[in-house]
Design a protein around this ligand. Sequence first.
Ligand code: HEC
Ligand code: HEC
Ligand code: HEC
Ligand code: HEC
Ligand code: HEC
Ligand code: HEC
Length: 210
Amino acid sequence: MSDSEARVSGKRNGMFLSTAVPFLVGLVVLLGFGWIVFPGLLYEKKEQPVAFSHKTHVQDQGMACTECHFLRKDGSFAGLPDIDSCASCHAAPLGDTEAENLFFADYIEKNKPVPWLVYAKQPDNVFFSHAAHSEEVCGTCHAELAGPALCATCHMDMQNMDTPPVHEQNILTAYSKQTMKMEYCERCHANPGHTDGSTRASNACFVCHK
Ligand code: HEC
Ligand code: HEC
Ligand code: HEC
Ligand code: HEC
Ligand code: HEC
Ligand code: HEC
């Protein structure tokens, strides 16, 4: 390499250090902000008002899911249990845990409904029915989709949870982060086993948007 060529390449290295390096550092910082920090800021994390344990009630007490979450005769879904159904057992404290004592003092004694947060909550323009996705319907072809296994095809598997998961809500749209995306509903509806005329599954917009 001649002297002048070496000087030119030295200059290039200098330029690289003074422009490309700050650029790359800036890029990494911004990508980190966009991918990691911003999504974190976008979601408000909230604890459930009561530290309810599915494990205590389902595994230890042997309760069935349908004792608390059931379909009414008219096909509507009862959703989350009301305070009276809890009071049928918790009329007086049953144990001596902090979670139960707080639940008793704040809600049972005051006969106040618990403001549960719903992970699966959909926007108002989405129509969903548990009756169309019940054991009676799905079980005719999928024997394995019964009880908690059916619920877990769409929800987090709650049966062994000892504390409720943290609820994450988008601060701009107020939508829950943990709800099912349209793509996932449509993927199951579009399964060839469902669209061959044997089920009513359809991806026409008006089926889910009313
Ligand atoms: C003693 C009543 C009770 C029983 C029995 C029960 N649950 Fe729950 N379930 C609740 C309460 C209260 C909540 C709200 C607090 C929470 O999310 O942990 C809830 C929340 C849920 C949710 C979250 C819904 C959402 O999107 O917010 C799912 C899914 C669920 N239960 C499934 C089940 C399954 C599956 C079973 C049976 C294995 C079951 N539950 C048994 C009371 C019950
Ligand atoms: C079939 C009876 C029964 C029903 C119905 C019931 N529980 Fe319980 N619950 C229990 C028993 C038993 C325990 C365990 C008490 C102990 O030994 O600490 C318990 C414990 C709890 C605790 C303490 C934390 C834990 O899980 O160990 C909370 C909080 C609680 N229940 C809330 C609720 C709520 C909310 C409902 C209504 C959605 C409800 N329970 C319905 C029987 C019941
Ligand atoms: C008339 C029969 C029938 C009914 C009713 C039915 N399915 Fe299916 N389902 C099939 C067939 C056939 C396939 C394709 C073969 C397979 O993958 O098991 C399939 C595939 C699936 C798959 C994909 C399986 C995989 O491994 O990828 C899921 C999940 C599923 N069904 C869930 C449901 C749910 C939930 C319901 C109730 C809302 C339901 N199905 C109702 C027949 C049915
Ligand atoms: C095919 C998917 C799917 C299946 C299967 C399913 N769910 Fe859901 N569930 C949803 C969706 C979607 C919502 C939200 C509905 C809305 O906000 O309009 C929901 C809402 C809920 C809620 C909250 C209800 C409320 O009052 O807001 C509970 C509790 C629940 N489901 C429990 C269950 C249980 C228990 C099972 C099993 C027996 C089950 N789900 C099966 C999709 C499903
Ligand atoms: C795991 C599979 C699966 C998932 C996920 C699923 N569905 Fe379905 N859905 C079905 C099947 C199968 C049927 C047809 C049941 C029948 O034949 O009665 C159906 C039927 C329906 C129907 C009734 C159609 C009618 O004409 O009566 C509506 C509405 C619906 N789904 C909405 C939704 C929405 C909204 C979501 C997402 C939040 C969703 N589904 C997620 C499998 C699924
Ligand atoms: C099987 C049920 C289903 C069908 C069919 C369906 N959607 Fe959706 N759609 C949903 C659900 C669930 C959401 C909310 C969750 C989400 O944003 O992904 C949604 C959200 C949307 C949104 C709002 C998007 C957003 O990010 O807020 C638009 C727009 C939309 N759908 C348009 C359509 C159009 C157009 C069609 C017909 C081509 C259609 N949908 C068919 C279930 C469905």
